[in-house]
Write a protein that binds this ligand. Structure first.
Ligand code: CO8
Length: 257
């Protein structure tokens, strides 16, 4: 099925881009948008030519939230029986995802951004969780991930007081990796993605998996989990190649195996 709500781009080898493309609704996330986004990310995850992905929107809006017009007509039963509310699909993507965020990242838009592994923001990015203003609460991780990222007091104000965090605030709070002018944030995201795509992919996958578990596990369990990944990495051809190349003072030729 061709996609209608997203665009796919390959700006440089190894990098797959999913671009939200619903400008008339500021990229509001309805059932079709989320299905297409998750389908496309999973397809890149299976594609050997892709080593790192970027999820982005337009300069004006990453995504202005879940589609309020769709949700206005939905009942509890609808939400319990359709697949719109299952955004955990994105957590199962194994290759790294960089969010390139400009303009509005509100509600579900902020939550999708926080489901990415790293965030590059433009100076115009605005992060917020305004659900309280329409009588509901965040439903795709906002109360948990924003709190972990920026701390309880700031998260409470964002969610209870409808405060939007500027790009500079998001940077100082640790929510985003870097902030760039709107003219260059996407190119900077591509540069970072290209650098990651050149790394040995089994190790990249093991690192993403272990770091992702840091949010779930206590320190001892997390260290034990990391050790398993470290031992697995020692079984890869790229471990042999990487260490041999270092000793021989040459660039490694990764096999991604
Ligand atoms: N849903 C549907 N349509 C939207 C949304 C949205 N979230 N945001 C904007 N649009 C539409 C507008 O209705 C408008 O369409 P139209 O021209 O047909 O009226 C078009 O986009 C342009 O929007 P505006 O004219 O409002 O543009 P402005 O620049 O004046 O304002 C804002 C931009 C401030 C972003 C404003 O549009 C706004 O406040 N939007 C809603 C933001 C919001 O409340 N987001 C949170 C939604 S709730 C949510 O995300 C819950 C997530 C739960 C996920 C659960 C899954 C498990």
């Amino acid at each position: 099925m061709p996609y209608e709500m997203i665009l796919l781009e390959n700006p440089v080898p190894g990098v797959g881009v999913v671009r939200l493309n619903r400008p008339q609704a500021l990229n509001a996330l309805n059932a079709q948008v989320t299905r297409e986004v998750f389908d496309a990310l999973e397809a890149y995850d299976r594609d050997d030519s892709v080593g790192c992905m970027i999820l982005t929107g337009s300069d004006k809006a990453f995504a202005a939230g879940a589609d309020i017009k769709q949700m206005a007509a939905q009942t509890v039963s609808d939400l319990l029986t359709d697949d719109f509310t299952d955004w955990s699909r994105m957590m199962r993507v194994r290759k790294p995802i960089i969010g390139a965020v400009s303009g509005f990242a509100l509600g579900g838009g902020c939550e999708v951004a926080m489901l990415c592994d790293m965030l590059i923001a433009s100076e115009t990015a605005r992060f917020g969780q305004p659900e309280v203003t329409i009588g509901v609460i965040p439903g795709a991780g906002g109360t948990q991930r924003l709190t972990r990222a920026v701390g309880k007091a700031v998260a409470m104000e964002v969610m209870l007081g409808n405060r939007q965090l500027s790009a500079a605030e998001a940077l100082s709070a640790g929510l985003v990796n870097h902030v760039f002018p709107v003219e260059s944030y996407f190119d900077e995201a591509v540069k970072l993605a290209a650098k990651i795509a050149e790394m040995p992919r089994v190790a990249v996958r093991l690192i993403k998996d272990a770091v992702s578990h840091a949010e779930e596990l206590g320190l001892s369990a997390g260290l034990a989990y990391e050790k398993q990944g470290f031992l697995l990495a020692f079984g890869t051809e790229d471990k042999t190649e990487g260490m041999t190349a270092f000793v021989e003072k040459r660039k490694p030729a990764w096999k991604h195996r």
